[in-house]
Write a new protein. Structure first.
Length: 653
């Protein structure tokens, strides 16, 4: 093929998104056939092919769209280049397929899988608060450092440079409850230096008014005692910062469980504060991590992390949405992992071309499961019956005794917040119901070929061919047509062998093709040319199916006209017979249909040849609406298979 995806004779490097791109294998094959070099790492590729309409495509565009040496294009660019027989480059505006713009916001991005396994209170730590408030003294005692840990430095509460941005930030509901709580507390008497702070910014207050760093609380002192605060908490410039510090100190106090005899004011305010917080609807939902009382500043985590771990959007700068939190995230935040058995996480194998694979993978990890790329190491195999690789992956799962389920199993477990019974979601029964009797595999010798039967052809037919028939075949009026027997093909000595080893079409073979096609059309006047070609290939296998299709449909005009005339005659004869048989008793037809369907379901032996099958069925019950059971099957084959699948599916359920 022509090398299209080349620049100055060198193949271009291409990366094709794998998780949600439909027909990725076809796109990769088309790129390889026309000279492109495929890359498995996105960093090594210059061209990136995505579907901008999918989540993964938007994520790649947002992350790699601004990189100068990366060109992100829609998957339609490949077909346009092949149709144009050249590389559509920047001069051609990339064929109108350039994926531009930051289409995925930060909140839509997938969380880091490593952070998902951390405890909730460790997800976020405000580094700028730690750096600005960490004491620099190195010669102080441990108790002094502990007291300084809970003393907010002036720089933290001064007006920042981005005050306008912070003014538009709406506090979440759990902090709003603390704000209302602080407004109801009685205002204590504050020493002179702190009352001076309320009238102006902290920068205008002399440093002599602040308590010395050496003046620290005792080890068992109240962490948030008023004289130690370097600002007035009731008239602070930044209410949110005060609430965060107050919540942090309150959490430390509840963990130390030690306190001196408090004053009347501190006793009253403390009991009032704790009772109000216990009334808050979100207090019971806050998992307070158990940490030792003597902890360094690097080990301690602010209480705001405990609040905000349940809402990633708030942590990343977005207002908390009013919609309820999904069940999966709630279970994760509360520490209740679903995909765990005997204290060990369940392993999942996810089909690589599964749609929305990224979202499914994230859900499994949030619920405690693990992902593996080996089916023999997995507890579950997540498969999609719509995929081309479904049949082979299902056989592999059954071979290694791995439970094969659909994506709905994970979604239902997340909704129910528990591990559901897998037996109702297994795909093995569904596959067995679709294939019916073909699930029986006959065991023969090494060179033994099982007998081919016409009634099995429909079970093994392509799903694509069956999907094209949107309307299911209804019961057609019974037509008593006398079918001619199939003629024998020409002998082998009549074959026309060419010099290159291939075979040409002899006159005897063409005449036989016309005669056999007429008989096939008499049996089924709607039989397509492709099926006639397959039937001819079964009789004369030295000619390929494609060769037969071309010969009877395009190349040989004599054969093509003869088959067209035979198809017209068969259609006319069938319509006439249907008109004559319109008054046929439908009760007998239903009895015959019931008899043949239940024979295939219970009494059929997969190793029997066609003649034996029809003989056994005739010995059990005669056919009332056709001359033989074989004629009945030829006429109502599709309806028989449809009813067989329906009855089999009901029994499996």
């Amino acid at each position: 093929m022509e090398r299209i995806f080349c620049i100055s004779g060198s193949a271009v490097t291409v990366f094709v998104e794998a998780s949600e791109l439909v027909d990725r294998s076809k796109i990769v094959r088309k790129l390889k056939n026309h000279g492109a070099k495929m890359c498995t790492r996105i960093q090594d590729a210059r061209f990136i092919i995505v579907d901008p309409e999918t989540f993964s495509g938007r994520l790649i565009v947002s992350e790699w769209g601004q990189v100068p040496d990366k060109i992100i294009l829609a998957h339609s660019w490949v077909s346009k280049c092949v149709d144009a027989k050249r590389l559509l480059d920047e001069m051609d505006d990339w064929g109108g397929c350039a994926a531009k713009g930051n289409t995925t916001t930060v909140a839509e991005r997938i969380e880091d899988p490593e952070q998902q396994n951390l405890p909730p209170s460790r997800l976020r730590v405000f580094k700028h608060r730690e750096d600005s408030c960490t004491p620099q003294a190195t010669g102080k005692s441990r108790d002094q450092l502990e007291s300084l840990r809970f003393t907010s430095c002036p720089s933290t509460h001064s007006v920042p440079s981005n005050a306008a941005e912070r003014s538009t930030f709406s506090a979440p509901p759990h902090l709003a409850s603390l704000a209302s709580l602080s407004s109801r507390l009685p205002t204590p008497s504050v020493p002179t230096p702190f009352s001076q702070m309320s009238g102006g910014p902290p920068s205008v207050i002399p440093m002599s008014h602040f308590p010395s760093a050496d003046l620290s609380l005792p080890a068992n002192g109240l962490p948030f005692q008023m004289p130690m605060l370097p600002f007035n908490p009731m008239i602070t410039q930044d209410p949110q910062a005060f609430l965060l510090a107050l919540a942090d100190q309150l959490r430390f106090y509840t963990q130390t469980n030690t306190m001196p005899a408090p004053t009347d004011y501190t006793r009253n305010s403390e009991s009032y504060l704790i009772s109000e917080i216990k009334k808050s609807p979100t207090f019971d939902d806050i998992p307070i991590p158990e940490e030792p009382a003597n902890m360094t500043r690097e080990q301690a985590t602010s209480l705001v992390s405990v609040y905000n771990h349940k809402d990633v959007n708030f942590a990343k700068g977005k207002a908390k949405p009013t919609t309820p939190t999904p069940v999966a995230s709630t279970s994760t935040s509360a520490g209740r992992f679903i995909f765990v058995e005997a204290g060990k996480p369940l392993r999942f194998f996810i089909q690589i071309d599964l749609r929305d694979r990224t979202k499914l993978l994230t859900t499994i990890k949030k619920l405690g499961g693990k992902i593996t790329n080996k089916q023999d190491d997995a507890d579950f195999s997540i498969l999609s019956p719509r995929s081309n690789t479904y049949a082979s992956l299902l056989r592999s799962s059954l071979a290694v005794k791995t439970s094969a389920v659909g994506p709905s199993y994970v979604e239902d477990c997340a909704k129910e917040s528990r591990l559901l019974d897998r037996t109702t979601y297994l795909l093995a029964n569904e596959d067995k119901a679709k294939k019916g009797k073909e699930a029986k595999v006959s065991v023969g010798g090494p060179g033994e070929i099982p007998p081919e039967r016409k009634r099995k052809a429909s079970f093994n037919a392509d799903e694509k061919d069956r999907a094209k028939k949107v309307k299911k075949e209804s019961l057609r009026p019974m037509v008593n047509l006398s079918f001619r027997p199939s003629p024998s093909p020409p002998p082998e000595h009549a074959r026309k062998r060419l010099d290159d080893g291939r075979y040409g079409y002899s006159t005897e073979e063409l005449e036989y093709a016309v005669q056999y096609s007429e008989i096939l059309l008499e049996r089924n006047h709607e039989m397509p040319v492709s099926q006639i070609a397959r039937k001819l290939h079964e009789k004369m296998p030295h000619h390929p199916v494609k060769s037969w299709t071309t010969t009877i449909n395009q190349k040989n005009q004599y054969v093509r006209d003869k088959i067209a005339d035979a198809k017209k005659r068969a259609g006319i004869a069938y319509r006439k017979a249907c008109a004559q048989a319109s008054s046929q008793n439908e009760g007998e037809l239903e009895e015959d249909m019931h008899a043949i369907v239940y024979y295939f379901l219970y009494d059929d032996d997969a190793d029997d040849a066609d003649g034996v099958v029809w003989a056994k069925l005739s010995s059990k019950t005669p056919c009332r609406t056709s001359r033989t059971w074989q004629d009945f099957y030829e006429l109502h084959g599709q309806e028989i298979h449809r009813r067989y699948d329906e009855v089999k599916g009901q029994e499996d359920r």
